[in-house]
Design a protein around this ligand. Structure first.
Ligand SMILES: NC(=O)c1ccc[n+]([C@@H]2O[C@H](COP(=O)([O-])OP(=O)(O)OC[C@H]3O[C@@H](n4cnc5c(N)ncnc54)[C@H](O)[C@@H]3O)[C@@H](O)[C@H]2O)c1
Ligand SMILES: O=P(O)(O)OC[C@H](O)CO
Length: 347
């Protein structure tokens, strides 16, 4: 543990930003949550509740709130970003120069198009003098806000930054594991949202437990295939930010992406499902971005292509499922070459 407490801020007052900031406040960290809406800020300050994004969850009275983004950043050493991917660059453009020398951690699970950019790459472009990391794992905001036990991954080439995040965020309820594969961790968090939409559909359609297991397992194979093609470490996908986050998001009705898929499976349109959610479901945009990139790169992603065909090409569900089930039967585990390498103790 460090001797003196780092000053921390969280930018973004949605469900995840509020949860993260509150977890740190509960541990006695000096933390400020920045959000845009003055009424919500006042409500958090006086009622200790975020009525829009975390209704019914009591927040720690020590959680500080501000609507002044520059002052919030100026007072912080460590800055967490919990802004949806669609607004991420515009916020970074506004505050990029103020982030020089700061430790910046993106928690946003989306991809920017054009460019197929991860959020931490946007931080590098807009705040080139910041130190950057990403945080990702099986982290449903409401469960964490309720104090359920979980773990997450802090990924950065900067070991001191990983240590700083472990210090401020680790608690009796939350374990924080470090990784050097920033790109793989960030890609895992974005890609799994697409498969959560498929899983939500499968549940709405009353599909069997074997079917759901097959979907999750083939999703892992497919996302790992893509990530390795893009330069990520396949072993990252065996960790919390890969299979860990994939499992929770594909299995929990708390997941917004799962809920969008469930609505589609019940016959709602995409617009109806997203509107009823009233929160961000990053997987919808990621589906478009990922399908385009997989086609460009020639990476075989039948689940992504199938969901895209249903959602954006108006292909009948039964036809897409039939095509998936009759495709060429290939290998189960594609990365067995990595698994059969020399055991660690002999290296
Ligand atoms: N909620 C979770 O369980 C969870 C967990 C891990 C990661 N994430 C990721 O965190 C990111 C944020 O998600 P969330 O769940 O907090 O979303 P949310 O839908 O709960 O809230 C979105 C927040 O972003 C704010 N916002 C939107 N545009 C903005 C702008 N231009 N400037 C400032 N603020 C703006 C909104 O006012 C709102 O406070 C997403 O990428 C999501 O994938 C969410
Ligand atoms: O609610 P979702 O689908 O955005 O998922 C939230 C988190 O990413 C789960 O780890």
């Amino acid at each position: 543990m460090t001797d003196s407490k780092a000053a921390v801020c969280v930018l973004g007052g949605g469900s995840f930003g509020t949860t993260l900031a509150n977890l740190m406040a509960c541990e006695g960290q000096n933390v400020t949550l920045w959000l845009r809406d003055q009424d919500v800020a006042d409500h958090i300050r006086t009622q200790h509740e975020n009525p829009r994004y975390l209704p019914g969850y009591k927040l720690d009275a020590r959680l500080q709130v501000s609507t002044d983004i520059e002052a919030t950043i100026a007072a912080a050493d460590l800055v967490f970003l919990a802004i949806p991917s669609g607004a991420f660059r515009s916020v970074l453009q506004e505050v990029g120069p103020s982030l020089a020398g700061k430790q910046v951690v993106s928690t946003t699970k989306g991809i920017e198009q054009p460019g197929f950019l991860m959020m931490s790459q946007i931080v590098e472009q807009e705040a080139p003098q910041a130190k950057v990391a990403v945080l990702s794992g099986p982290n449903l905001a409401k469960e964490m806000a309720a104090g359920e036990l979980t773990a997450t991954v802090i990924a950065s080439e900067d070991e001191a930054l990983c240590n700083a995040v472990q210090d401020v965020l680790g608690s009796k309820n939350l374990r924080v594991y470090a990784s050097q594969d920033r790109y793989g961790v960030e890609l895992g968090g974005a890609l799994k949202n697409v498969y959560a939409i498929i899983s939500g559909m499968a549940v709405a359609l009353g599909m069997g437990e074997n079917t759901k297991s097959m979907l999750i397992t083939r999703a892992l194979a497919e996302m790992t295939r893509f990530a390795v093609h893009m330069g990520a470490n396949p072993l990252t996908f065996l960790g919390l930010a890969g299979v860990g986050d994939l499992i929770v998001t594909c299995m929990s009705p708390q997941s917004r992406n799962f809920r969008v898929g469930h609505a589609l499976g019940k016959g709602e349109t995409l617009e109806e499902g997203v509107a009823r959610l009233g929160q961000v479901a990053e997987g919808v945009n990621t589906l478009k971005t990922l399908k385009q990139k997989a086609d460009e790169e020639g990476v075989y992603m039948p689940l992504v292509a199938g969901l895209h065909a249903i959602v954006f090409e108006q292909q009948p569900l039964g036809q897409v499922i039939g095509k998936l089930m009759s495709a060429e039967q290939k290998h189960d585990v594609e990365f067995s070459a990595f698994m059969s390498c020399t055991p660690i103790k002999e290296q």
